[in-house]
Design a protein around this ligand. Structure first.
Ligand code: FES
Length: 174
């Protein structure tokens, strides 16, 4: 009889240990799920933020802008600053086909898109490849301190006649 009692106690002890183990596993799963949910909530409260370069920026004094196309501001601000005999203007470095970034080929005096081969004159007007329209220009003006201020928030489209708008260029004699 005494041996039966021990066996029963041992059996009970076994059940208790198993119960304790599954209880602990249950709690662990609960805590894990709660932590994951909490992390999700925190992630929701602090979403990804893309830091874009400012849309308004200065590019120096008109007299310092050399004839032709300057790539100085292309990588940081995504524009070329261009000067011809009459005007200084800012071309936005986004291909009007599917949005790639063209390259300025000074030897050939043209912008060439590496994606599908569209070509644009220094003026921004397209002349080869699939691009359906010229590059866009950004607003540019002489700011109070005499420097050129480019504003990419305002864009000017050649096909809409907007390159005639005085806000789309600075007359070089200004
Ligand atoms: S994106 Fe420039 S040619 Fe296609």
């Amino acid at each position: 009889m005494a041996e039966d009692g021990k066996a029963a106690e041992a059996a009970e002890g076994g059940i208790d240990r198993r119960s304790a183990l599954s209880l602990a596993a249950g709690w662990a799963a609960f805590v894990g799920a709660t932590a994951a949910m909490g992390a999700g909530v925190v992630r929701f409260l602090f979403p990804n933020v893309t830091f874009e370069p400012p849309q308004q920026f200065k590019v120096g004094f008109p007299a310092t802008i050399a004839m032709g196309v300057s790539e100085t501001y292309k990588s940081e601000y995504g524009v070329w600053i261009c000067r011809n005999d009459e005007q200084i203007y800012a071309l936005i470095a986004v291909c009007t086909h599917l949005g790639c970034t063209p390259n300025w080929l000074s030897g050939e005096s043209k912008f060439k898109c590496p994606c599908h081969g569209s070509g644009f004159y220094a003026s921004g007007v397209n002349f080869e490849g699939p691009a359906p329209r010229p590059l866009e220009r950004a607003a540019i003006k002489i700011d109070d301190d005499g420097q050129l201020l480019v504003d990419k928030n305002r864009k000017f489209l050649f096909e809409a006649g907007q390159w005639e708008d005085p806000a789309s260029f600075v007359s070089f004699r200004a």
